[in-house]
Design a protein around this ligand. Structure first.
Ligand code: SF4
Length: 63
């Protein structure tokens, strides 16, 4: 399972971080979401929920 964030599309709303802070965080410099290095989407179990909640559909989860 792999998660990809379209940083161009991301508006930095923080919804993905609120729902799934084991995988997502906001970059201090850009204000946009990024995937935490080494995060395990399958183990976290919240990547799909985060993707569905993104208002600009910037998160893609590849099974
Ligand atoms: S939910 Fe979407 S728009 Fe909001 S911070 Fe996460 S990736 Fe960016």
């Amino acid at each position: 399972m792999k998660v990809v964030i379209d940083e161009e599309a991301c508006i930095g709303c923080g919804a993905c971080v609120a729902l799934c802070d084991a995988v997502f965080r906001l970059n201090d410099d850009t204000g946009k979401a990024e995937v935490i290095s080494g995060a395990d989407c399958a183990a976290a179990g919240c990547c799909n929920e985060a993707a569905e909640s993104c208002p600009v559909a910037a998160i893609t989860v590849e099974q």
